[in-house]
Write a protein that binds this ligand. Sequence first.
Ligand SMILES: *[C@@H]1O[C@H](CO)[C@@H](O)[C@H](O)[C@H]1NC(C)=O
Ligand SMILES: *[C@@H]1O[C@H](CO)[C@@H](O)[C@H](O)[C@H]1NC(C)=O
Length: 279
Amino acid sequence: MIRLTIIFCLIIQIYCITDKINERRILLPYNDGIPTNFTLETFGDENACYKWSSSRSDIASVKPLPDSTTSIATLSCSKRALVTVVSRIPKHQSTVITAHDLKTNLQIRCDVEVDAISRITIQTTTKEIVYGELPETIRVFAYSDKNDIFTSIGGVSFDWNLIPSDVIRYRPWSTSSYASPDFVEYWESRGRKSSMILVEGVKTGSAKIRATINDNESMNKVEPAEINIHVVANLLLLPSNDVFMVPGSTIHFRAEISKQGPRVSLQFPNQQYYLEVYD
Ligand SMILES: *[C@@H]1O[C@H](CO)[C@@H](O)[C@H](O)[C@H]1NC(C)=O
Ligand SMILES: *[C@@H]1O[C@H](CO)[C@@H](O)[C@H](O)[C@H]1NC(C)=O
């Protein structure tokens, strides 16, 4: 019975190959001086090793990336590969990347579309930044003229304006405890900014964040993207529960603020905070 099961499993393994790739289709901007890269990754069989090829290497090229078990020198096949945009023409073009496992003859494909950026937006997970807390990630998303979203825009650098400059400030990824994608490091190490930045609150108030593509002229036609952000304080009024009072009596309120550490009492009057009572 056990032998039968083993044979059955072997047959399944040969005919039901389950290897997968992280993306079926990717959209990347054309190469305007600095190419955008994207890492393709396969999952499944431990021993699989793929030879990578691009049907139009003048549009996007592919090269194997070493994993822990292979060395770069002997790298003819791999589980991961780096796609790099080659085309410098600002129009829609595509190429097919094929991963071919010579041992099992299995092929996996990924379509790579290359196009020009037509529109950008800024996305955040919150419009409210708490003063004194960890920095927030602000990210630009780009769209083609067909309104398809770009998978990565790592080769494009951006000008970021934070207005006014004393409410929020830019925080380099290298000084934060967050891991950043390779392209963030690429631009930061050259004194420029990528499509993703970290910002932190300097004081409470409202601020505008504006991102503009900072590349060769052809991309400059894209309108800048803007969002409004509020920096709020992590304030607690004490007592914080409902209070019932006899007319004419008084109550003493305290306010405490927390900035990544223990709460501290605020002294009043205070330049930044005041108490307002609605009846
Ligand atoms: C603009 O394009 C030129 C070549 O076409 C390139 O050398 C230069 O690095 C590009 N500039 C930027 C900001 O990407
Ligand atoms: C893209 O990959 C190439 C080749 O590995 C590398 O030289 C380049 O710095 C990468 N570009 C970015 C923006 O990370």
